[in-house]
Design a protein around this ligand. Sequence first.
Ligand SMILES: [Zn+2]
Ligand SMILES: [Zn+2]
Length: 193
Amino acid sequence: MPKVKRSSKRAPDGFDEISDKLTEFERKMRDAESAGHEGKRKAESVWPIFRIHHQRSRYIYDLYYKDEIITRELYDYLIEEGYADGGLISKWKKQGFENLCCVKCIATKEHTHGTTCICRVPRNDLDPGKVVECVQCGCRGCSSGDGKPNKDKEEQPPQRSSSSLGPPPALDPAILMMMVESMKKASEHTASK
Ligand SMILES: [Zn+2]
Ligand SMILES: [Zn+2]
């Protein structure tokens, strides 16, 4: 995990506007790093660090790519100085990786079975009710198919199953009257026999 370098290089314009937020991230990161490991599995103790690392990169990513409120110069500076993870952000730009939690989860060598992490498997492909929590970073699922729909993909109409059709539509009163009339006639007919 790259550390913030704090070099002597002068920060580009706009840095002051976001420095409070960056300081807050840094404080959270320090707390997470110094937090005790008691009662936690070894892997679990690093999850908060991954989460903050992710959140800070996402914050900077949004500032530049989504909200477009920082300059390219400032964005590059933030990557260079280690405020944002350039490697992770470059993955977010690829379709299917928009929500990727951390690069470890797609690095095949990190996984004993040679594939990607459980957290990358779309919810729909998992058994319902299965709890996903990857050991790398504690991610609970970051496949692009989860949560909000992907804007780039065409929306699929919801599949209607026969059980979800609901009650039959109410009958038109006029039709109902006709049915009653014909039933009456039928019973009169049998009665007169
Ligand atoms: Zn994940
Ligand atoms: Zn994972």
